[in-house]
Structure formats: C-alpha cells, structure tokens
Design a protein around this ligand. Structure first.
Ligand SMILES: [Zn+2]
Length: 306
C-alpha cells in the first residue's frame, strides 16, 4: 500500500469514527430531549483533505523538557490558517510539551498538567485528531502555567475575548475548552490521586487506579511553606519541591493520560456563567486571521488576476 493509500485509509477511518461518535452523541442528547451540537466547520475526507502526521514531533529530551520522551507524553496535531488573512493549511503540525515549555518560558508541573487535561478534552472535541485553532475558546485558573498552555494549544487570547479565567476558584486546576462551530464545551481536570493542591477539591468524580510515587501526603506540608506568600522555606525545601514535581510529571507520563485525567461535556454551556467578568478586556480586538479560512481559490492552479 502506498503512503497516499495509507493516509486516505486513515482519513476515512477517522471520518467513520467521527460519524459514529456524532451519531452516538446525538442519540444520547436526543434521549435527554435536545441535540445541541451544531455541524463542524469541515469533515476530513469529505469536505476537505487535511494531511496529518506529516512532520515528526520533537520528542528529543533536553534539560528543560526531559518528560517529552516519556511513553505517554502528548503530541498535538494542530491546524492553523495561512498567515494573517489566509485559508486553512492542508496540513497539520505537531506540538509537544517541549514546544510548550519554550513558549511558556520554563518547564513546570502546571503546563504539563494543563496540556494533559487538554489532551483528554481534545479527544472529545476533535474525534478526527486534528485540533482546529480557529474555533477554540478556553478557560483556566489564574496560574500562567495553565493559561499559557490553554492559549498555546487553542489560539485563544485575552485580547480576542476567547481566553478567560474561572470565576469559581475551585476550578483553578481545571480547564474548559469550547468549540464555537459545534457548540461543544468540555471540562477537563486531573483525577483524584495526582492532584496536589492542599485544600482544593477535584471538580470531576474520577480517581486514579494506579499508585503515584508522589502523593498529596508527600507535598502538603512542603507546599504550605514553599508556596505560601511571604513564606520562608529553607533552600533544601525549595529544591525538594522542584524534585518532587519533576518526579511527579515523569511518573504521570509513564501511564495512559486517561488514567490520570478526566473530561466531561458541559450541557447548555454559557461562557459568561464560567468566567470572571472582572478579568476580561472591555473592548476585545476583532480576530482577523481566521476570517478568510474558507475563502474560494482561483479558478485554476495557475491563473493571473481576474
Ligand atoms: Zn510554569
């Protein structure tokens, strides 16, 4: 089988999978009285052909991203638009935790947790495995480690009005990702057992079924000293917390992400119900880079001005 045939078979399989998912989702919602999902912008293999898996992701470990080589470190296949006023690219590019660390400025536990939670949410939002940055909105807690991950993986930005912060602080270590074409919103967070913020609940019900090397019991007293505003930790405690977080991240990425993170579709999602309205821009900028994403092509591949 040629590469093209393999790619076509994968696209067809992805589309069949999507249709099965969509029918199942509609059937479930219909039973509940309403099928709210709108149509996706495109259907790969039917309305557009977007080649994916055509660039090797950067999984070479380095000092600031050792975890990128772990067995379950996520790889995201991203779809963007061409330049500031362009159509969809016909290809995706891969994004890893290493790319995210470079964007965010350092590697940390928060970016990895947020990216892992996004990965399980994307499984629901994009059954074809292609993450369309032109349709996504995102909400996170206030930590830049989490909001940078959401911004980088979705293209959402505060200045567009589509990157928000949770009003309810109990969600500080959760995210919501929302597709504005299908109107589907997904809440995702860690499972009980890998959470490690003292006093903060886990906002979905599932627990881990494996035994993490670092638990809340190990970090609770330490975090109370190191992370407390005005706290006075010893140099050893600062190093120990960093070490524990490094172990924790690498440990988690040795297990399937679904075993450590959970996601749920939010029915009747309303952006304003979830975000802190005090942390929005009064006059967001109008987004222009996605305006012409579905613009017609010239009549022929080579054609002068008409
Ligand atoms: Zn960080």
């Amino acid at each position: 089988m040629t590469g093209d045939c393999v790619a076509s078979a994968q696209v067809l399989a992805a589309w069949k999978g999507f249709r099965a998912f969509a029918c199942m989702a509609c059937a479930m919602w219909s039973l509940a009285g309403a099928c709210q999902a709108a149509q996706p912008t495109y259907r790969v293999g039917e309305t557009i052909f977007i080649e994916t898996g055509v660039e090797a992701p950067d999984r070479s470990p380095t000092w600031y991203a050792a975890m990128v080589a772990r067995p379950y470190a996520p790889v995201f296949e991203m779809l963007a638009t061409q330049g500031t006023q362009g159509r969809y690219y016909p290809y995706t590019y891969p994004v890893t935790l290493k790319d995210l660390a470079r964007f965010h400025g350092h590697d940390c536990e928060g970016t990895t947790h947020a990216a892992n939670a996004a990965w399980v949410a994307f499984k629901i939002l994009f059954p074809d495995g292609i993450i369309d940055r032109s349709v996504l909105w995102g909400i996170s807690g206030e930590s830049p480690c989490w909001s940078d991950a959401v911004a980088y993986l979705t293209g959402a930005r505060v200045q567009y009005g589509n990157l928000g912060f949770f009003k309810d602080k109990r969600y500080s270590h959760a995210i919501i990702l929302y597709r504005d074409d299908t109107k589907v919103a997904v809440l995702a967070t860690w499972r009980q057992g890998i959470n490690n913020i003292p006093g903060e609940p886990v906002m979905l019900p599932e627990k881990v079924t494996w035994l993490p090397k670092i638990t809340m019991k190990d970090v609770e007293a330490l975090k109370a000293v190191v992370k407390k505003a005005g706290g006075n930790p010893t140099p050893y405690q600062v190093d120990l917390m960093r070490y524990q977080q490094w172990v924790h991240v690498n440990d988690i990425l040795g297990h399937p992400l679904e075993d450590s993170y959970q996601a749920k579709v939010i029915r009747d999602f309303k952006w304003a119900d979830w975000i802190d309205s005090d942390k929005t821009m009064a006059k967001p900028h109008e987004r222009s880079d996605t305006r012409l994403k579905n613009y017609p092509y010239r009549g022929r591949p080579v054609e002068g001005p008409q």
